[in-house]
Design a protein. Structure first.
Lengths: 285, 352
């Protein structure tokens, strides 16, 4: 039998901590940005994560689901969770209201390999709700701006109403040290001043050395294919293309098997995989 | 390793003596031809050898990773609290080597970076007394390298005709032997000769044989094979193979709310990757929507993914899945089919 220290047996990984919704800001008609803080001050201050990691969110009586962290560890004390109403738990979370308590455990997952990415250029490519986990990486790069060379954000959505963090990202367009491209596919009333079309159309806007660049992608499954084709065409090596994957999860700690893809678990081996990992894993997208 | 001898006539006496170390559980007859590990209240009901006892209906995971396990209780006032209940010490008597190896496999799964505290808090309260066995038509543990054990037992009893050679595998096992010292004797040269004879004859007793060599690579090559579609059509996706499998460990987690609408419990229960909902995410997208996808996933997780994670397949060759499959799928036949290995012998060659 594997001998375990008593301490390991007392530390229950399934036990969520009480957490409070500090602020809620609507993003789209079904998506809210929640700022949350662990109730226990010591735990709240000690909470640390890597961009790209996620937490398991509990609504008492409804259940648990994985939510990616939308804030950077450089902005301490609170955690941002951008949640779309998509199922039982997220629906219930939306109806909790300001100042409500819920359960949270984590952070889980590998996160972006920021220590490897630093010293390179960074391209963040997001589609729709995929901006949520990438916002943690974007803020991280902004707060450690000197650790990265060029930083480029490409973000596309169907309509301008579907863009998350709109005010925040629009204001980025004024910054000289970050190239920001926001694209919408449909502009019904002609009021959109940013780019029009697909996120892949934005690749013509800049030149970058693929050997000194990491590309981080998150978006709907259909987007990955087109974006990856573009990146490969530009000469990116498969190991420099980072993808964030989504799967059903129950435990978040590599035990329940719901998130398995091939011989990896999205929760502990991911959710960030390189494209090289992905082509070696079956049934991934 | 300390090895002593227990004469056959003293076996039940030793078993009854173990009550002072915890609640003794041993295989007992359940249906006409089925057996189950149950608490021993009547020694005459214990079936340790013969009587066609090769495998119990459910494997021993039921003791550590319970079919339904209450993880947490919750209330608006107290938030979430650990709901683990200590059930005291248990002794599992008469465990076969395939099942011991299966527990070792689960130990690896439930430890690692995140320790499953529910599993291990129960695991450390349970002593395991193993016992040698005679394979039936469905057993193929010898092919899987699980027909013997080097660890994972407190005591292991090997039949040598007029008694058992008892391997002492832990200090608790030694305490058990020492406390009933009068029942044991040292083993003679004849006992050792008989033990060796049986060990050497053992591989010849297996009617089902399979060679897993290079199977992970072949599974990659055959990822798009028509066999999966064919098996997907045959498989009912009932999940019984997962429930009776000693190394399947998937679980689902759900909250159950009390009638007050506020307090309740978070429970986990056994799940199967053959169930349609297993990889379905919010919004309805299913990453393994087809029956063939799910059948393949289960097979690949056992025979390929575990090779990557732990260096050996998770299958221990106990034969439960094949015995209980209502669609008559022979899982060794499945390996033979995918490998195209004619040296592999399975259920369609011998009467199921």
């Amino acid at each position: 039998m594997i001998h375990l220290a008593q301490k390991a047996l007392l530390n229950n990984p399934y036990l969520p901590q009480q957490c409070r919704i500090v602020a809620a800001t609507p993003q789209t008609d079904d998506t809210m940005l929640f700022k949350v803080r662990l109730e226990d001050d010591a735990l709240a201050e000690a909470f640390d994560h890597k961009p790209g990691q996620f937490v398991q969110v509990s609504v008492m009586g409804t259940g648990e689901c994985p939510i990616s962290i939308a804030s950077s560890p450089t902005r301490h004390g609170t955690v941002d969770l951008c949640i779309r109403k998509a199922g039982r738990v997220t629906d219930a979370f939306h109806s909790l209201g300001q100042n409500a308590l819920f359960g949270m455990r984590g952070p889980y997952g590998n996160g972006y390999p920021v220590e490897v990415m630093e010293g390179n250029n960074l391209i963040i490519i997001a589609g729709g709700i995929g901006m949520a986990p990438l916002r943690s990486l974007l803020h991280y790069a902004m707060d450690h701006r000197k650790r990265f060379n060029e930083v480029i954000l490409m973000y596309g959505a169907r309509d301008k109403e579907d863009l998350l963090f709109k005010g925040e990202l629009l204001s980025l367009m004024d910054r000289a040290d970050i190239k920001t491209f926001l694209a919408v596919e449909n502009d019904v009333d002609g009021s959109w001043e940013g780019e029009k079309g697909f996120v892949t159309d934005l690749f013509g806007k800049f030149h970058i050395n693929p050997d000194e660049t990491y590309a981080a992608i998150c978006g709907p499954p259909v987007m990955y294919k087109f974006v990856i084709d573009k990146l490969l065409e530009k000469g990116f090596s498969k190991g420099r293309i980072l993808m964030s994957l989504e799967r059903k999860m129950k435990c978040g700690i590599g035990k329940c098997v719901h998130c398995s893809v091939g011989f990896k678990y999205t929760c502990i081996d991911g959710p960030i995989f390189t494209y090289w990992d992905v082509i070696n894993m079956k049934e991934i997208i | 390793m300390k090895i002593v001898k227990l004469p056959s006539g003293k076996l039940l006496e030793f078993l009854s003596h173990l009550g002072s170390f915890g609640e003794v559980h041993a295989p007992q007859k359940k249906g006409k031809k089925s057996f189950s590990f149950l608490p021993v209240s009547d020694l005459s009901k214990v079936v340790l050898s013969g009587d066609d006892y090769t495998r119990t209906i459910l494997p021993l995971k039921k003791y550590f990773h319970k079919p339904v396990d209450t993880l947490l209780k919750f209330s608006p006032e107290k938030g979430f609290e650990d709901a683990f209940e200590d059930e005291g010490k248990k002794i599992l008597f008469g465990v076969h080597s395939c099942d011991i190896n299966a527990i070792l496999s689960l130990d690896r799964v439930f430890s690692g970076k995140y320790v499953d505290t529910y599993y291990f808090r129960r695991r450390k309260e349970v002593a395991i007394i193993g016992m040698s066995c005679i394979p039936d038509d469905l057993c193929y543990c010898h092919s899987m390298g699980t027909s013997f054990v080097e660890e994972g037992f407190d005591l292991f009893l090997s039949d040598v005709g007029d008694g058992y050679l008892v391997k002492v595998g832990s200090s608790l096992g030694d305490d058990m032997v020492s406390s009933a010292e009068e029942l044991f004797s040292s083993c003679s040269e004849e006992d050792i000769a008989e033990y060796k004879k049986r060990i050497n004859e053992f591989p010849g007793l297996f009617k089902t044989k399979v060679d897993e060599a290079d199977l992970p690579a072949i599974l990659d090559m055959e990822y798009k094979s028509e066999i999966w579609e064919e098996m997907g059509n045959k498989c009912f996706n009932c999940g019984i193979c997962s429930m009776v499998c000693p190394t399947c460990f998937c679980f689902d987690v759900n909250d159950e709310v009390c009638l007050d609408g506020e307090t309740g419990e978070r429970k986990r229960c056994w799940d199967s990757c053959l169930f349609k909902s297993h990889a379905m995410v919010a919004g309805g997208h299913n990453f393994r929507a087809e029956r063939a996808d799910r059948f393949k996933h289960r097979f690949l997780h056992k025979h390929q993914a575990f090779m990557g994670d732990f260096g050996r397949p998770s299958c221990v060759g106990c034969g439960r899945c094949t015995q209980d499959c209502p669609a008559d799928i022979h899982f060794v036949g499945m390996i033979k089919k995918i490998k195209g290995d004619i040296s592999c012998i399975h259920g369609e060659d011998i009467e199921k």
